[in-house]
Each structure stands twice: as C-alpha cells, then as structure tokens.
Design a protein around this ligand. Structure first.
Ligand SMILES: CC(C)(COP(=O)(O)OP(=O)(O)OC[C@H]1O[C@@H](n2cnc3c(N)ncnc32)[C@H](O)[C@@H]1OP(=O)(O)O)[C@@H](O)C(=O)NCCC(=O)NCCS
Length: 170
C-alpha cells in the first residue's frame, strides 16, 4: 500500500466524539470509501468482504458523528514457519490524522490478534511512506526485510514485525 492524501472531508466533529468499534456490515461500504481515498492501488471490495466474514480477521473502525474516519484490517495467515498475525490495511482520513486514531486502532487490532493467535505480527509498508513507518516504529515494529517491487506500481515495501514478547511489554 502506498499512501496518498485523502480527498474528502467527512465532518469536523470534536475529538471527544471519536469512537471505535468492530465494523458492522452496513459500515463496510464506508470503510471501503476511506480505503479508496487513501491508497493509489486499492484492494478490490471483495477482499474486505472476505475479512469481514473470516473468524480470524477483524475490521475495526473509528467513527465520528458524521461517519467513518479510519479503519484497520487485521488477520491471521499460515506460513511454512507457522501462523502469524498481519495488519492488512490501515488508514485515517487526512483531516483526522496526528490525533492518535491509527495508534488506537492498531492497539485494538493487536489485542484481537493476541486473542485469536498469540504470534508475531507482520505488516508491509511502502519504503517512501515515512509517516506510517514512524507510526509502526513508535509501536515497536521493526524492519525485517525489503520486498523488491512489492506494489502494483513497482515500489518496494518494508516487511515489519513486532514480536509477541515485545507486544506483551507495556
Ligand atoms: C499512516 C496513518 C495511518 C497514520 O494515522 P494517524 O492517525 O495520523 O497516526 P497517529 O496520530 O496515531 O500517529 C502516531 C505517531 O506516528 C507517527 N506519525 C504519524 N503520522 C506521521 C507523519 N505524517 N509524519 C511523521 N510521523 C508521523 C508520529 O510518531 C505520531 O505521533 P505524534 O503525532 O505524537 O508525533 C495515516 O497517515 C494514513 O492514513 N496515511 C495514508 C494511508 C497509509 O499510509 N496507511 C498505512 C499503510 S502501511
């Protein structure tokens, strides 16, 4: 995922009105609109439907009275080395950034992953996405591998990981 600026403003609501919860089916289309607004190569909608259906996946949303302003998708995947938690997608609409919304969503996603599979958590982030890298770094993720040509546009990604042991620390 390579970040780009979100093009729409949902609403200018006070921060105290911000709330997070597990995505409801009727909210999925709005989640996808946020996704499309924030990424140049969006996933197809059916992937979000799949994560919403899966018992080992979770979509959490951040809302204000005007609608959804951010989301995170987390899941568990099988690898030759075993199961791992993965953050699949994360975005916050531009007017709501730098207010710890993503931090809150990521912490909640990590709590979900700990409940369904106590394993290391991985994610991919574009090498030129400094904002997201700062965020993940601040939450204890570390770069483990550069994935050459990972994105549709040919950009490289960093594979980042937060170990279970690290995640257990406060
Ligand atoms: C990356 C993104 C999710 C961050 O959301 P956010 O709600 O603004 O993040 P937070 O407010 O929780 O940020 C927490 C910390 O992350 C770092 N950070 C976040 N955005 C940053 C930026 N633009 N520049 C530098 N550091 C940044 C800071 O350390 C920040 O703490 P601080 O504000 O006290 O300095 C948001 O910018 C976004 O949606 N970008 C487009 C989509 C995207 O890139 N998603 C991630 C793909 S892997």
């Amino acid at each position: 995922m390579t970040a780009r600026g979100a093009s729409r403003v949902v609403v200018a609501a006070p921060e105290r009105a911000l709330e997070t919860h597990r995505c409801r089916w009727r909210e999925l289309a709005a989640v996808y609109r946020v996704h499309r607004a924030c990424f140049p190569y969006p996933y197809p909608f059916w992937r979000f439907v799949g994560y919403q259906l899966s018992p080992v996946s979770c979509i959490r949303v951040a809302t204000v009275p005007g609608g959804i302003i951010g989301y995170v998708v987390a899941t568990v995947t099988e690898h030759v080395t075993g199961r791992r938690g993965e953050i699949i997608s994360l975005a916050v609409l531009e007017p709501w950034r730098r207010r710890r919304v993503a931090t809150r969503l990521l912490r909640e996603a990590a709590a979900f992953l700990r409940r369904v599979c106590s394993a290391d958590v991985y994610l991919q982030v574009a090498v030129d996405n400094a904002a997201a890298q700062e965020l993940y770094d601040s939450l204890g993720f570390r770069k483990v591998e550069r994935l050459i040509g990972y994105y549709l546009g040919g950009e490289d990604a960093w594979l980042m990981c937060r170990s279970v042991e690290r995640a257990r620390r406060p």
